[in-house]
Design a protein around this ligand. Structure first.
Ligand code: SIN
Length: 498
């Protein structure tokens, strides 16, 4: 397939065979590397260092050495650093987007959206950094005065996924730096180069050495993750990824009782009530289900459509999905790119075949696209879904929309909540009381009402149940990187001195 990778405006933003530790570009001590491939073509983009526990320890030591000085900076100074980094991300956003498309596969327009979304976390947290207030608290004990101050927790380990190679990492580094922490970030094995371009821009912005360290690993990821979660020097771990890996990291972190923030898997219900506006609901479903070809934690996974609107919704939704153009992310007009690798294709195909076998009807798609490459799958809509199908309980993380029919509000809320995870949920209705009832009844951390897109640096992102804990972005995001220290000043009951 025709697929030309455009040149970067600034070729020095592509850093191959290096990681960023203590302000320097370094290789793995072992000299080992792994290949990073373009998911559209399967061609190698370049190699990245296959780092191990020894390299990880050096990065942790660098972050620890930088912490005492960095925590002393004022909020305003940290704000200016983040602002400079933000400005550089904006100036270089085309190149960041090119790198995202190259290693992740998402269409260039979406990658540009991600580059902006990612930079906006730096803007947001540059604005939070000077405003990290404590409290003055009236004491119960006469003569005592109680105040709290917010202190940075210390060295933070950040572990991020490939589905948003820029935004997941900026969403963690932004608040960490705002709080005064230093970090070791483990970049995703599939997409290390975007993270390194961000590191180069941090370097240019004047972020002091050791404050940000970015390490990479593919095969050695478990070894690197183990040290990050067991090192007594690391005080906090923030992880975005799957629930099983989150459980392992939590177990490992228990030996040193680290503070944790976990943003794990979702299985988002997407509910359309009879009284919804049909066009708004269809547009919302397209945006939520097929963003990044279904590869986000907040993508609609189970679409519940009330019986009175079911047929019209299915017809209109399937017609829109038929209009998608699938292909390489740099090709003009392409709306949806490949999945990240062939394991993802196998999972999606297994879900489709399982649904078909149990009576589901494929309205659009349903097949692999070998003519485009190994990692392409047709955007798919299946009607007549039932609860015994795998797609009803498993996160598919791909471009497959299964439509379930329901009758009552009570029934659909029960179905929606019938899962161990609870990240995002969406519903469409024009009935104001139903909106309040259902929003409050859904067991999720985030609800979209009459919209399929809820991601915003200003809004708290995070889940409940086995989707994890902690909130990213928003006014709550920095708190996950701080400790509240209470200071009681005693002996203040004496009269004024004569
Ligand atoms: C995710 O998939 O974890 C994040 C998606 C988003 O920020 O919108």
């Amino acid at each position: 397939m025709h697929h030309t990778v455009p040149k970067l405006n600034d070729p020095s933003l592509l850093k191959t065979n290096v990681a960023y530790v203590n302000g320097e570009w370094v290789q793995a001590k072992s000299g080992k590397t792994f290949e990073v491939t373009d998911p559209s073509t399967g061609k190698t983009i370049g190699v990245a260092p296959e780092m191990d526990a020894e390299d990880t320890k050096l990065a942790i030591d660098a972050a620890a050495a930088a912490f005492p000085e960095f925590r002393k900076k004022t909020g305003r100074e940290r704000s200016k650093l983040l602002r400079r980094w933000y400005d550089l991300c904006v100036e270089n956003s085309e190149d960041i987007a090119r790198l995202i498309t190259w290693e992740n596969g998402k269409p260039f327009a979406d990658a540009k959206g991600e580059a902006t979304y990612a930079a906006n976390f730096f803007e947001w947290f540059s604005e939070e950094a000077p405003r990290l207030y404590g409290d003055t608290i009236p004491a119960s004990v006469p003569g005592n005065r109680v105040v709290t101050i917010k202190e940075p927790i210390g060295v933070c380990a950040l572990i991020t996924p490939w589905n948003f190679p820029a935004a997941m990492i900026t969403r963690k580094i932004g608040p960490a730096l705002a709080a005064g922490c230093t970090v070791v970030a483990k970049s995703p094995g599939e997409t290390p180069f975007t993270a390194l371009a961000l590191a180069e821009l941090a370097h240019r912005a004047g972020v002091p050495k050791g404050v940000i360290n970015i390490i990479s690993a593919l095969k050695n990821t478990p070894e690197v993750g183990e040290l990050l979660t067991t090192s007594p020097v690391v005080k906090k771990v923030s992880f975005t990824g799957s629930t099983p890996v989150g459980k392992l990291l939590m177990k490992q972190s228990s030996s040193t009782l680290k503070k944790l923030s976990f943003e794990l898997g979702g299985n988002a219900p997407f509910i359309v009530f009879d009284d919804a506006d049909l066009d708004t609901a269809v547009a919302g479903a397209i945006a939520s289900k097929f963003r990044s070809s279904g590869q986000t934690c907040v993508c609609a996974n189970r679409l519940y459509i009330q019986s009175g609107i079911y047929d019209k919704f299915a017809e209109s939704f399937a017609a829109k999905v038929k209009e998608f153009k699938v292909g390489g992310g740099y090709t003009d007009g392409v709306t949806h790119g490949p999945l990240i690798h062939d394991r993802a294709i196998s999972k999606v195909d297994a879900h489709v075949r399982d649904a078909e076998k149990k009576g589901g009807k494929v309205l659009v798609g349903g097949q692999k696209m070998p003519e485009l490459g190994d990692n392409f799958y047709q955007p798919t809509v299946i009607s007549g879904m039932t609860t015994d199908m795998d797609l009803a309980s498993e996160e598919t993380f791909g471009p497959v929309a299964g439509l379930f029919k329901f009758e009552t509000e009570e029934e659909v809320v029960r179905l929606a909540n019938n899962t161990e995870v609870g990240l995002a949920g969406y519903f469409f209705s024009k009935d104001i009381q139903r909106v309040t009832r259902v929003a409050e009844a859904l067991e999720v951390g985030m609800v979209g009402v009459n919209t399929g897109l809820i991601s915003d640096p200003a809004a708290p992102f995070g889940g409940v149940k086995e989707s994890g804990f902690g909130r990213e972005g928003s006014k709550y995001g920095v708190g996950d990187y701080q400790v509240t220290k209470m200071i009681t000043y005693g002996g203040n009951e004496q009269p004024l001195q004569k």
